[in-house]
Design a protein around this ligand. Structure first.
Ligand SMILES: Nc1ncnc2c1ncn2[C@@H]1O[C@H](COP(=O)(O)OP(=O)(O)O)[C@@H](O)[C@H]1O
Ligand SMILES: [Mg+2]
Length: 301
């Protein structure tokens, strides 16, 4: 369990994180979402004891990072700065970290298999692609078989196949009862893997809760040669309707199912040429939440 309470970080005149509070529970993948500059990395660095909070506290299993007795066995982290020795091979790198953390040689082989590093174990780290570097960083984080994983934008540099693989790995971890906190500014990377999402903007919490609760209200696209009449019929039915393009034959209807719209149209003799439910996307909700101005729905920790 990760807990963040009143967490604040001020860098000079920039408030990177402002009175942030959220939790990431065991057995769950929690997405930490927000546009670039929202304060995700700073929050994770505070959680990992790399940045001192200006106020508030971030704990892992109830303790601050500095209070953990065997940090590499309790929390595994992948931050954007990898810091591999360029002349080391991927395998060397893992062996050095295993020795520092008191983990076995056998564990090095295990994490190489788990992360796909085995395929390039003999390659020098300076010759690794970005994606390979992400896999090696993840392998390093897993050496201590930690119950908590903290990953900062792990999808960066991974190809779609790599992202799909990562999703499976994170799901597997959560299914074992571990805690996974994974940040991203690209919602689609984590949308399919996260149970919970914490959304930040300008260092502040804008929404947190189950991902399924963050979708907007479903809308239906309707096309009719008598759009104006349809609009009047729907207005009487007390729905929100808005024309997509001025003067067009299309309406976007919120608050009624496709069947209800079709029934109303039929009852009033209004012909329909098309009726298409809009697939609600978290992307849309995310954009609404993170755009400046209106806050959108959601909220509460
Ligand atoms: N060491 C630092 N010194 C000054 N400002 C910083 C520092 N680290 C981050 N910031 C600023 O804090 C804000 C949040 O940054 P960051 O946590 O990296 O956001 P994110 O990871 O969500 O993109 C940004 O405005 C960034 O410029
Ligand atoms: Mg960042």
């Amino acid at each position: 369990m990760i807990e963040v309470r009143g967490l604040t970080k001020v860098f000079g005149t920039v408030t990177a994180v402002a009175d942030l509070a959220f939790e990431a529970a065991e057995g769950r993948v929690t997405a930490f979402l927000g546009p670039n500059g929202a304060g995700k990395t700073t929050t994770m660095r505070m959680l990992l004891g790399l940045v001192r909070p200006s106020a508030g506290v971030a704990t892992i299993g109830g303790r601050r990072y500095a209070e953990l007795s065997r940090p590499s066995s309790e929390v595994g982290a992948v931050l954007d700065t990898a810091g591999f020795h360029p002349a080391h091979t991927a395998r060397d790198h893992l062996r050095v970290y295993a020795r520092m953390g008191g983990h076995s040689r056998a564990r090095v082989a295990e994490v190489m298999d788990l992360t796909g590093v085995a395929a390039f174990a003999g390659r020098r780290t300076r010759a690794l692609s970005t994606g390979m570097g992400r896999r090696l960083a993840l392998a390093t984080a897993l050496l201590g078989d930690p119950a908590v994983l903290v990953l900062d934008e792990p999808g960066n540099g991974l190809d779609p196949e790599g992202i799909a693989w990562l999703r499976g790995l994170l799901r597997g971890f959560a299914a074992q009862g571990r805690t996974v906190l994974v940040s991203s500014h690209v919602l689609s990377e984590v949308e399919q893997v996260a149970d919970h999402a914490v959304v930040v903007r300008d260092g502040r919490l804008v929404a947190s809760g189950p991902v399924h609760g963050m979708y907007g209200r479903p809308a239906v696209h309707v096309r009719s040669p008598q759009a104006a009449r349809l609009r009047a019929v729907l207005a009487d039915a007390d729905t929100e309707t808005d024309t997509e393009e001025a003067g067009s034959d299309r309406l976007r209807v919120v608050g009624l199912t496709p069947a209800a719209i079709a029934d109303l149209a039929a009852a009033h003799g209004v012909p329909l040429h098309e009726i298409t439910p809009e697939r609600p996307t978290l992307e849309r909700a995310f954009l609404d939440l993170t755009s400046t101005g209106t806050g959108g729905q959601g909220g509460g920790a």
